[in-house]
Design a protein around this ligand. Structure first.
Ligand code: ATP
Length: 133
């Protein structure tokens, strides 16, 4: 099987670096499934899961937005935050979810609401990634 080199990088350093057979995730323009030899492109990502398939295994990484750069033999994801499923603190994500929901209920102004909505998306993404691992 042909493989692609995938790097997922955050300001704190690399989170994932490995060769995979397929990577799939959600860009703002829709679902992306990338195999070796894909045409070069750059796209903004949604807050979501990145699925990395190799040898019958699928690893999940929670990514908080950012960009994906695709080249035929290499994929790089640059994101503000990214966590492998096994390094997600589920309790912390549940607390962040509850805090965000409270803030959305309080509806002080649009800025607070949008910030809370993004925090809620990050928390729910982390919870989904841990429950699907
Ligand atoms: P919180 O309110 O719990 O900090 P957040 O969504 O505001 O959540 P971020 O700003 O996205 O957090 O991330 C800050 C740093 O903390 C990043 O390095 C991110 O990888 C890490 N992080 C956030 N939540 C978790 C979690 N539940 N488990 C592991 N690492 C986390």
């Amino acid at each position: 099987m042909k493989t692609l080199k995938v790097s997922i990088v955050t300001p704190d350093g690399p989170v994932f670096e490995s060769d995979v057979e397929m990577i799939s995730t959600k860009a703002q323009s829709g679902e992306l499934g990338i195999l070796p030899g894909h045409i070069p492109m750059v796209a903004p990502l949604e807050i979501g899961a990145v699925r990395l398939k190799n040898g019958g295994n699928t690893e999940l990484v929670a990514v908080s937005g950012g960009f994906i750069e695709v080249r035929p033999e290499q994929v790089t994801i640059l994101a503000q935050a990214a966590e492998k499923a096994e390094s997600i603190d589920i309790q912390r994500a549940k607390e962040a979810k509850a805090r965000a929901e409270d803030r959305m209920q309080a509806k002080k102004d649009d800025v607070d609401f949008q910030r809370a909505e993004l925090a809620l998306k990050r928390a729910m993404n982390r919870i989904n990634v841990t429950s699907n691992k």
